[in-house]
Write a protein that binds this ligand. Structure first.
Ligand SMILES: Cc1cc2nc3c(=O)[nH]c(=O)nc-3n(C[C@H](O)[C@H](O)[C@H](O)COP(=O)(O)OP(=O)(O)OC[C@H]3O[C@@H](n4cnc5c(N)ncnc54)[C@H](O)[C@@H]3O)c2cc1C
Length: 393
C-alpha cells in the first residue's frame, strides 16, 4: 500500500506524539508509526518530573486538563546527607517557577487521546521499519503491518524512536559524531503502592550509595537506589530494597520511610550520549534518538519536549513560506540546550553518587559541593534554575 503524508514520524513516545500534536495545531499532516501496542506505550513506567516550561506548553496546546487536576506542583526539593535534610527552595530562587509530578505514561495517554480524537493516523504494532531517500526531497518509510508491506512517502521524516530505534542508524556513516560517557553506576527503581513519606523529592547522598525518594501520586511512591550497572535484579528481593532505602534515607531526627507492595522494579544504567548534528537531509532526530542524559537531573522527557517544540516551529515555517532558516538551525538550537542539560545532569550525578573505587579525594569534593549548594544562595539558585528548566529559546 502506498500513502503520503507531510511528516512521517517514527515512534509514539512523548517526542513523536507531541510533535504530531503540535503539527496538527498548525494544520500540518503527519503519520506516526510505532512498533509497540498502544497499551504498552501507555503503561511504560519512566519519567515523572515535568519542568515548568513543559507544563506550560502542554497547557497552552490543550493538553492540560488532567495535568492541572492530577499533577502535583512541587516548589522545592531536599538534598539529604549526614542524616540531615536541606531544602532547595526552587520557586523562591527562580521567581516562582516550579516542577510538576505527572508520570510520563499519563503524558502519553493524554497525547494519544487528543491525537486519536482529532482523527490522527497512528499505526501501532508495525515492524520492519526502513528509511530511504532521506537526502532527497521525498523521503520514504517502508514498514510492515498485519503482514502487509506499506510505503509512506513524506516531505520530512522525524526520527522520534528512542535510543534503540532505526532512524539514527539510517544516516550514512561518517555524518554523525557521537559523544558517550558511561557512569559507573545504575539505578534500581521501584514503583510502590504506598503513600509517599515526603511531600517533596529527596535526593540522598550516603556512604552506601545514592537514594532518591520520588513519587507519582498521593498513593504511589517511586524510589531509587544506586546499584552497580550490571547488578542482577534477582539479588534484590523486596525486603532488601526497602531495608537499603531505609538506611540510605535515614535522618538523625527519626524520620521514617513507609513501605508497601512493590508494583514494578527494574535496573537502568546511567549514561550520557549525544549525536551531532541531529539532522541529515530530510531526517530530523528528536528526543532519546539523539541524546540520553543520566536520570539524576530528571531531564530526558523535558529535553524531548524541547526538541519537538523547535522542530514543529521549524517545519511550520517551511510549510507556510518555504523558509529553510529555522530547519537549518534546528540542530544547533537543540544541541545548545542538550549540552547545558548534560552538564547539569552530570553535575547532579557526580555530586550525589558513591564511586565504586571508594576514592577518598572525590568523596571530600562531593561533600564540599553539597555543603556549598546548601549554604550559598548563589549556588542553590544555579541548581534551582536548571532543575525547573531554563527558558525555551
Ligand atoms: C527507566 C527510565 C526512567 C526514566 N526516568 C526519567 C525521569 O525521571 N525524568 C526524565 O525526564 N526522564 C526520564 N527518563 C527518560 C525519558 O523517559 C525519555 O527521555 C523519554 O521517554 C524520551 O522520549 P522519546 O519520545 O524521545 O523516546 P521514547 O519514550 O523511548 O519513545 C520512542 C518510541 O519509539 C518506538 N520505537 C522504537 N523503535 C522503533 C521503530 N523501529 N519503529 C517505530 N517505533 C519505534 C518505541 O517503542 C517508543 O515508543 C527515564 C527513562 C527510563 C528508561
Amino acid at each position: 500500500m502506498n500513502t503520503k503524508t507531510q511528516v512521517g514520524i517514527i515512534g509514539a513516545g512523548p517526542a513523536g506524539l507531541l510533535l504530531s500534536h503540535l503539527l496538527h495545531l498548525e494544520g500540518i499532516d503527519s503519520v506516526v508509526l510505532e512498533t509497540r501496542s498502544r497499551k504498552y506505550v501507555e503503561e511504560r513506567v519512566r519519567a515523572g518530573v515535568l519542568e515548568q516550561g513543559t507544563v506550560d506548553l502542554l497547557c497552552e496546546t490543550g493538553l492540560g486538563d488532567r495535568l492541572r487536576r492530577e499533577g502535583l506542583v512541587h516548589r522545592g526539593i531536599e538534598l539529604r546527607f549526614d542524616g540531615r535534610g536541606h531544602r532547595i527552595a526552587l520557586s523562591d530562587l527562580t521567581g516562582g517557577r516550579a516542577i510538576w509530578i505527572y508520570g510520563q505514561k499519563q503524558v502519553v495517554k493524554d497525547l494519544n487521546k487528543a491525537r486519536l480524537a482529532a482523527g490522527a493516523t497512528i499505526h501501532f504494532e508495525v515492524n520492519d521499519v526502513r528509511l530511504s531517500g532521506i537526502d532527497a526531497t521525498s523521503p520514504v518509510i517502508n514498514y510492515r503491518k498485519d503482514d502487509q508491506e506499506h510505503i509512506l512517502t513524506c516531505d520530512f521524516i522525524a526520527g522520534c524512536d528512542g535510543f534503540h530505534g532505526v532512524s539514527r542508524d539510517s544516516i550514512p556513516s561518517g555524518i554523525l559524531r557521537t559523544y558517550q560517557h558511561d557512569y559507573p553506576f545504575g539505578w534500581l527503581g521501584i514503583l510502590a503502592a504506598v503513600a509517599p513519606s515526603t511531600e517533596e523529592l529527596i535526593y540522598a547522598s550516603h556512604d552506601r550509595g545514592f537514594a532518591l525518594h520520588s513519587l507519582r501520586s498521593p498513593e504511589i511512591s517511586r524510589l531509587y537506589i544506586q546499584v552497580d550497572p550490571d547488578e542482577d535484579i534477582n539479588e534484590w528481593p523486596d525486603d532488601r530494597i526497602w531495608q537499603e532505602l531505609s538506611i540510605r534515607l535515614a535522618t538523625r531526627d527519626g524520620w521514617t520511610l513507609a513501605d508497601g507492595p512493590i508494583l514494578e522494579k527494574g535496573i537502568t544504567s546511567l549514561r550520557s550520549f549525544v549525536v551531532e548534528p541531529m539532522q541529515y537531509g530530510r531526517l530530523f532526530l528528536a528526543g532519546d534518538a539523539a541524546h540520553i542524559v543520566p536520570a539524576t537531573g530528571a531531564k530526558g522527557l523535558n529535553l524531548a519536549v524541547h526538541d519537538v517544540r523547535i522542530l514543529a516551529e521549524s517545519l511550520t515555517a517551511w510549510f507556510r513560506t518555504g523558509a529553510t532558516e529555522l530547519l537549518e538551525q534546528y540542530s544547533t538550537r537543540c544541541l545548545r540546550r542538550v549540552w547545558r542539560v548534560q552538564d547539569f545532569s552530570s553535575f547532579m550525578s557526580l555530586m550525589l553518587h558513591r564511586f565504586p573505587d571508594g576514592d577518598g579525594f572525590r568523596s571530600r569534593l562531593q561533600r564540599a559541593q553539597l555543603e556549598y549548594v546548601c549554604s550559598s544562595e548563589a549556588a542553590a539558585r544555579s541548581l534551582a534554575e536548571n532543575y525547573v528548566g531554563l527558558p525555551h529559546v
